[in-house]
Design a protein around this ligand. Structure first.
Ligand code: NOJ
Length: 560
């Protein structure tokens, strides 16, 4: 039965802001902190409890702020530290907490530590990063960086290579060095003292590498897979326990680790109920796993995923974490395509219904839900007609490797993959209204606005009581009002059915029955026929016995 320890962050709903694309207050085409402050009323109306802010620190923006050159300063395009302090204060006045993105697997190559580190082999900062001698005059091993190309870069000054799991401008920090850990923990303490409310930890599962640095399996005929040797490495739990002792345990904050490559068993350690490491982690099984089977190379693929595969993964996590660790719930973030296009149906007749269905399916589960900006109005994927439309380093590098250099994927095919899974789908500007540039900026947006902004925008949504926005608002309110949604035990239902995702939650003599039709056709579903209870939410006003209408979702609360 539900014997979960209570915590504010278990009862919270988080809203992720990608500041670059949220709201531009000064007309330079780039979203900024004052733009966020100006929209806090909107977020308070939605009802969210927490904002997770993608990185706002000083950065040369090779990877849109995930390459930090100064952890104690603000990115010039986003404003100043005074703007940040004002935003934090205003957010708290709106009863919204602020969770910072903590990017400490790597820094920018322009960070003062790296500038020093690369100068000489005996520089005091040398061991802040991972340097290796060449192997036969080449890279120390065959690893491919997560952004294509080798994961090692040769540095003329000392004739050695440094490791970069992401771009060459994102050298990996050497967590084995206790001075690196001291620096990171001091910096975290500095932010906590400022009054922030938590950290989302970027690729935190990658901070401890296999000391043997072995070659990886070559899957695309070019480079080796680094993941098994950098994810969940030998000291990762030790380092997080140290972080917990020295920083996290001293504050009432929320933490969520982005845990690339995490398995259920590992997650139980990272997010253990004893609270010795993190509050919860993000896993990627339902976002990665659900499409890989039919992919072309790596993440590049475009076919429609199967609900039953997604369900099997999510159910496994719901059941597996019960009583042992807390989970997170998400469909979208700044690295994923838009969920209504990916798992729902963005055709005009189904977009709203399927967005609401997907929201119900996720928000009635156990765990802390995350909403990504624009998801609450059903924003969709965009279309890439050429590589010129793309801004994301991951897309640009993959295109160069697979289309231009190695001719492994024809251009049209690659663009089709981008339409389906590119990260830029999530990064087109927030659609506020039907004015030019969707009300995001008065200047030229850094990335093109999705052309559908005239129909899909917050102004329209706020004016329509049946909008996706008000549906999310209701889901959030229901979670705040019904402890069963937060803490109830999860049990899967109808697991043989290919079209309906159903489950129940139970707590304190109550049961919540949830069923979601993931298709555009009517489906059999007997679950509600004999149920005399209260309907908490549905995306249809009328129901028919024994069936769910296309994309219908229902959640009914009954007494046991
Ligand atoms: C994960 C972040 O979510 C992604 O946007 C970034 O590119 C990589 N980590 C590298 O920091």
């Amino acid at each position: 039965m539900a014997t979960e320890t209570k915590a504010w962050w278990k009862e919270a709903v988080v809203y992720q802001i990608y500041p670059r694309s949220f709201a531009d207050s000064n007309g330079d085409g780039i979203g900024d902190l004052n733009g966020i402050t100006a929209h806090l009323d909107y977020l308070e109306k939605l009802g969210i409890d927490v904002i997770w802010l993608s990185p706002v620190y000083k950065s040369p923006n090779d990877d849109n702020g995930y390459d930090i050159s100064d952890y104690r300063d603000i990115m010039t395009e986003f404003g100043t530290m005074e703007d940040f302090d004002r935003m934090l204060k205003a957010a708290h006045e709106h009863h919204i907490r602020i969770v910072m993105d903590l990017v400490v697997n790597h820094t920018s190559d322009e960070h003062a530590w790296f500038v020093e580190s690369r100068k000489s082999k005996d520089n005091p900062y040398r061991d802040y990063y991972i340097w290796k001698e060449p192997r036969d005059g080449k890279e120390p091993n065959n690893w491919q960086s997560c952004f294509s190309g080798p994961a090692w870069k040769f540095d003329e000054a000392t004739g050695m290579y440094y490791l970069h799991c992401f771009s060459a401008k994102q050298p990996d920090l050497n967590w084995e060095n206790p001075r690196v850990r001291d620096e990171v923990f001091d910096m975290m303490t500095w932010w906590c003292e400022k009054g922030i409310d938590g950290f989302r930890m970027d690729v935190i599962s990658m901070i401890s590498k296999d000391p043997a640095y072995p070659d990886g399996e070559v899957k695309d005929g070019i480079y080796g897979d680094l993941n098994p040797y950098v994810c969940n490495g030998p000291h990762v739990h030790e380092y997080l326990q140290e972080m917990n002792r020295r920083v996290l345990s001293k504050y009432d904050i929320m933490t969520v680790g982005e845990a690339a490559g995490v398995t259920l068993e590992e997650a139980k350690k990272y997010a253990n109920n004893e609270g010795t490491e993190l509050g919860m982690v993000f896993h990627f099984e339902h976002t990665d796993g659900a499409t890989t089977a039919e992919n072309i190379i790596g993440k590049w693929g475009y076919r429609h995923p199967r609900m039953s595969a997604i369900r099997e993964i999510l159910n496994k996590w719901q059941i597996g974490l019960e009583g042992e660790a807390w989970g997170s719930l998400y469909w979208d973030n700044h690295d994923q395509p838009r969920v209504v296009s990916r798992f729902g149906n963005d055709a005009p007749e189904w977009r709203v219904l399927s967005a609401k269905m997907l929201a119900t399916c996720l928000h009635m589960m156990k765990g802390t839900p995350y909403i990504y900006q624009g998801e609450e109005i059903g924003m969709t994927n965009t279309h890439f007609s050429s590589i010129e439309d793309c801004r994301d380093i991951e897309e640009i590098n993959a295109y160069r490797q697979y289309v231009t250099d190695h001719h492994m994927i024809p251009e049209e095919e690659m663009l089709k993959c981008f339409d389906a899974v590119a990260r830029d789908n999530a990064r087109t500007p927030m659609q506020w209204d039907s004015s030019e540039n969707a009300g995001f900026t008065t200047g030229t947006p850094w990335i093109a606005v999705n052309p559908n902004y005239k129909e899909i925008n917050t102004k329209e949504a706020l004016a329509d009581p049946d909008s996706v926005f008000y549906y999310y608002q209701k889901l959030i309110r229901l979670r705040h009002e019904n402890p069963i949604i937060v803490y109830g035990v999860f049990r899967p239902l109808m697991t043989d059915c290919e079209s309906v995702y159903a489950y129940e939650r139970e707590m304190d003599g109550k049961k919540l029955t949830v069923a979601c039709n993931w298709t555009d056709e009517e489906q059999d579903c007997p679950l509600f026929d004999e149920l005399a209870g209260t309907e908490l939410i549905s995306n249809y006003a009328k129901h028919s016995e024994g069936i769910l209408q296309p994309y219908e979702a229902r959640a009914v609360l009954t007494k046991l």
